[in-house]
Design a protein around this ligand. Structure first.
Ligand code: G16
Length: 541
């Protein structure tokens, strides 16, 4: 390891003195102009992680749902999952080391993590469509090469595509071929198998309107379109040709504002969906005949999928256990429906797919979705083997067909991370197979009215939480204030937490009517502003 070269190159990616950043919910995120040093250093760190795990590691340059001016970076671990928590700490200390301390901090990580420097390293890199992403990914490459790591730059890919590449490479292609083409082929093969099955109804030609948030999802869906066109016709909106990334469109906008994105033409009862900026989230929606907007979020996606999987298992006559993982944002009605009607166990974790993913690994089939549309389904190795065996060996034709369907669903999910394209195809396949309209899906249960707001405070870290973020610990008095406000409404619930991707505090409230949910959210926002050091104009209480 050439410490001299490391410091010399670091000077070209100098850290703004005093700047402190945290590896947050999904890596580092802030204004793009503050991230050059972080990118270089994450290149260095990826090489160390690769040497330590003797595996390919991924580095994705994206700020996903954040505004165009932001950017970010996250590391992808060997099985395509998020970086291990102990390495998040290394990432934070490396990103925050002042220039002169960089060699020392690097050596410290090497010793603590027992990295064998003689080992080879391989890093794969991807980026989203932000203007800043290309230059920042060059800085990652600089970090990788100065530590003599080898790399492959996939260029423009969705975040879940990069996760997929990492997993493919570390399983010697068993999970799929580690190319964008291989990704399209794997998914489209499973999708076409599912939608051509003889027990599909003679449905009208299936078409779907997709809002691509003016992001990478548009490019990739265009590339994929012809692979799936026999089963699904997609019409793309906000494809990046004119609008701004995530601006008044995309899954995060639609979910948090509970209204359609700009730039999409919606007729009543048409199925529409939105991706987010790096295509790892998806939400569905439609307008009813009276012009009312209906949002079908991650909770309802999880419900549709778990119901379908349960029914399939029943048909096959196999008792694999299914668990559903949600966060505090899950609508109370969804949790009740899953537990009481569907009788599936539901668990709540902290926000961030890394937490949900981890919990979902405890089941034969772990379904996890955040309400914002970020999620997937994990099948344990044993469950996968069993399903493939049943699909091959069952003699009863009906049971065998159900097992084959389950096998294709398993192949259609991106099991490394939430993936808007993969989730969309799973949902479309389920709706086709069950002959369900979007209205019938929506009618599974009725969401409790809810509202999400953001509050700006001087330092969002003054808020700490417990109980999967449902209770505030600090600052003193805030939880009591929230609990008192919640008591004023029926069927109500509220919580606050510091965002791990934006410099704000998030407020969530639900209640028996939209008016009450709105008024509770506003009152809680005011309490946050007053007790947690709000800045700027106070929110209307
Ligand atoms: C990221 C995470 C999600 C999380 C979201 C919001 O999404 O991957 O798990 O729900 O941020 O996090 P927070 O509330 O902490 O800001 P994305 O799509 O932006 O990568």
């Amino acid at each position: 390891m050439d410490l001299h070269a490391i410091t010399a190159h670091s000077a070209l990616h100098a850290k703004p003195s005093g700047l402190v950043l945290q590896y947050g919910t999904a890596g580092f995120r802030t204004k793009a102009e503050h991230l050059d040093h972080v990118m270089y250093r994450m290149g260095l760190l990826a090489v160390l992680r690769s040497k330590q795990t003797k595996s390919t590691i991924g580095v994705m340059v994206t700020a996903s749902h954040n505004p165009e001016e932001d950017n970010g970076v996250k590391l992808v671990d060997p099985l395509g999952e998020m970086l291990a928590p102990s390495w998040e700490e290394h990432a934070t200390s490396l990103a925050n080391a002042e220039e002169q301390d960089l060699p020392g901090v690097l050596m410290d990580i090497i010793v603590k993590a027992a990295v064998d420097l003689q080992q080879d390293a391989f890093v794969v890199i991807g980026r989203d469509t932000r203007l800043s992403s290309e230059k920042l990914s060059q800085s990652v490459i600089d970090g990788v090469t100065v530590l003599e790591g080898q790399f492959h730059d996939y260029g423009l890919v969705t975040t879940p595509q990069l996760h997929y590449m990492v997993y493919c490479r570390n399983t010697s292609g068993q999970y799929g071929e580690a190319t964008v083409e291989g990704y399209y082929q794997k998914l489209s093969k499973a999708f076409m198998e599912l939608t051509k099955q003889p027990f599909c109804s003679e449905e009208e030609y299936r078409s779907l309107k997709v809002d691509c948030a003016n992001g990478i999802g548009a490019l990739k869906l265009k590339e994929m379109e012809h692979y799936i066109s026999q089963g699904l016709s997609v019409q793309l909106f906000n494809d990046g040709t004119k609008g701004k990334l995530n601006h008044l469109c995309g899954a995060d906008f639609v979910k948090s504002h509970q209204k359609p994105p700009q730039g999409i033409e919606m007729k009543s009862n048409e199925r529409c969906c939105s991706f987010d900026g790096d295509a790892d989230r998806i939400v569905y929606y439609y307008l009813d005949v009276d012009g009312h907007f209906h949002l079908i979020d991650g909770d309802k996606i999880a419900t549709l999928i778990s119901r379908f999987l349960k029914e399939l298992l029943l048909e096959i006559g196999e008792s694999l256990n299914i668990g559903v993982v949600q966060t505090a944002y899950a609508n109370g009605s969804s949790t009740r429906y899953l537990e009481e009607v569907m009788k599936v166990p539901v668990y709540c974790t902290k926000t961030g797919v890394k937490h949900l993913h981890h919990k979902a690994q405890e089941f034969d089939i772990g379904v996890y979705f955040e309400a914002n549309g970020h999620g997937t389904v994990l099948f344990s190795k044993a469950a996968e083997t069993k399903i493939r065996q049943l699909a091959k060996e069952l003699e009863d034709e009906k049971r065998k067909a159900a097992a084959k369907t389950l096998e294709n669903i398993l192949d259609l999910f991106n099991q490394t991370a939430g993936d808007a394209i993969s989730d969309m195809l799973v949902i479309e396949a389920i709706l086709t197979l069950k002959d369900l309209t979007i209205q019938q899906w929506d009618a599974l249960y009725t969401d409790l009215p809810n509202r999400q707001l953001k509050v700006k405070v001087a330092d969002r870290q003054v808020i700490s939480t417990t109980d999967a973020e449902r209770q505030v610990v600090t600052p003193p008095g805030l939880q009591e204030a929230i609990s008192d406000l919640v008591k004023k409404h029926k069927l109500s619930r509220a919580f606050v937490r510091p965002s791990g991707t934006e410099d704000i505090v998030r407020v969530y409230a639900e209640a028996d009517s939209q008016e009450n949910a709105d008024s509770l959210a506003r009152a809680v926002s005011l309490a946050v502003f007053e007790l947690a050091g709000g800045v700027g104009e106070a929110p209307p209480g």
